[in-house]
Design a protein around this ligand. Structure first.
Ligand code: ATP
Length: 405
């Protein structure tokens, strides 16, 4: 079938009152970015719908790109034809033939905004329905819950027909809720947290703490590959690598092991907050889940959180591990996340971390460290790169290594 456009129905946008125009233009911006190779496709948006005029581009390729985009409730490939009864009839038959299989039922549902058109909406239903019934032997009509619903809309400029509706990713367009810094480890939880933040319209930048030579290049590549998995929702993501070796060594040297974890996390949070400030973010996102490990008890969170008043968004805080894994599998980050490359926290994990750290002790131990100087040096070593959907990190090096041997 030669579809001429794709019609997009907005998700929650419809209820957002005066922000609506902003949300629609953000959605158009994201769609444009994600379709950048399809130069012929033109975007037209109005209050209720968005139209992607295909100008000959393959509709299936375009539809694949729309599936992960947040802010879309559903979309349909549509054919625009002249307002001629025979052309409308024939187009409807061809379109249904394309998707019909033995046993599938149909119904026609129409709207007519051009009141001068020869058929009113009842006529359209009857005439087009009869044409399909006669044109496709064996097809049955079903008024309630048909398998195929043929939508016919007759407007001033043309008639539009469609018979396929694909559900979109829902949520809000990325960027419409501002920007947050995602603390991204190489684990299961933080990529899921990032995905959920994106779903509610937050643009994210990934911040990763890295402690060479204790953590390998592969741990860093794994974090970057996890970031690649989040790009279909947004396009490119800025990935910020923070050198963390000196801070971890200093903590290990000067602080009793039961407080390593709390103080390490406080440094991570301070640094992420400074990066956020520099890069005009509004919040921090992490993958903490209540009670999962020592750093994720309420007592620990209180002691760690004390370094900032910036909102910390914890999208998976109340989820069980199985629930987080279910999302990780759906967004295809799980297999990668369970690859066994050591993270900086695993390497410096104390034998018995405090689950109820005391703030006065934390402050006392921290006073043994040159906090400001350590932070300043880490900030001076930040590396920032854009991660794109076509990037591959782990496999690429593995292949290069294979070539060497
Ligand atoms: N190396 C790191 N770089 C950036 N953020 C980190 C790093 N390590 C931990 N974090 C942040 O702290 C959160 C808690 O980390 P922790 O390792 O305690 O728990 P986790 O539940 O295993 O998380 P994850 O599965 O995301 O690694 C992570 O979800 C992440 O947001």
């Amino acid at each position: 079938m030669k579809y001429t456009e794709i019609m997009i129905r907005y998700g929650e946008l419809s209820t957002k009152g005066k922000n609506r125009r902003l949300f629609i233009s953000q959605l158009a911006h994201i769609i444009k970015k994600s379709l950048h190779e399809f130069e012929e496709v033109k975007i037209q948006s109005d209050r209720d719908r968005m139209h992607l005029i295909l100008n000959g581009t393959d509709y299936q390729e375009v539809m694949k790109r729309l599936i992960p985009i947040f802010g879309i409730q559903s979309f349909s490939p549509v054919v625009r034809v002249e307002k001629n009864e025979n052309i409308i009839r024939q187009t409807a038959i061809d379109m249904v033939k394309d998707v019909w299989e033995e046993g599938k039922t149909f119904k026609v549902q129409s709207r007519r905004s051009d009141k001068k058109f020869v058929w009113d909406s009842n006529d359209i239903n009857r005439e087009v329905g009869a044409a399909i019934y006669e044109g496709i032997p064996g097809i049955e009509v079903k008024m309630i819950k048909p398998d195929i619903r043929v939508d016919v809309e007759v407007r001033q400029e043309a008639a539009y027909l469609s018979c396929l509706t694909v559900y979109g990713a829902a949520g809000l367009p990325v960027g419409s809720s501002g920007k947050g810094m995602l603390m991204l480890s190489g684990g299961i939880d933080s990529p899921v947290a990032g995905y959920l933040a994106l779903k509610r319209g937050m643009e994210i930048e990934a911040v990763h703490f890295y402690s060479p030579p204790y953590t390998s290049e592969k741990a860093l590549q794994k974090a970057k590959d996890l970031t690649v998995k989040l790009t279909p929702y947004v396009g490119g993501i800025q990935f910020i690598t923070v050198p963390f070796t000196e801070i971890q060594e200093e903590i290990k040297r000067s602080v009793p092991s039961s407080y390593w974890m709390t103080i390490t996390r406080r440094f991570m949070l301070r640094l992420t907050d400074l990066i956020r400030e520099q890069r005009h973010g509004l919040a921090i996102v992490n993958g903490e889940s209540l009670g999962q490990v020592a750093s994720q008890t309420m007592h620990s969170m209180l002691a760690i959180n004390e370094v900032t008043t910036t909102p910390i968004i914890r999208p998976v805080i109340t989820m069980d591990k199985a629930e987080i894994i279910e999302i990780a599998e759906r967004i295809d980050t799980f297999e990668l996340a369970i690859q066994p490359f050591e993270d900086c926290c695993t390497i410096f994990a104390p034998p018995e971390p405090k689950t109820k750290p005391k703030l006065d002790k934390v402050l006392h131990y921290e006073s043994r460290l040159e906090v400001d100087a350590l932070i300043e040096r880490a900030m001076a070593g930040l590396q920032i790169e854009e991660i794109k959907s076509s990037d591959v990190f782990l496999n690429e090096t593995t292949d290069e290594m294979d070539d060497l041997f």
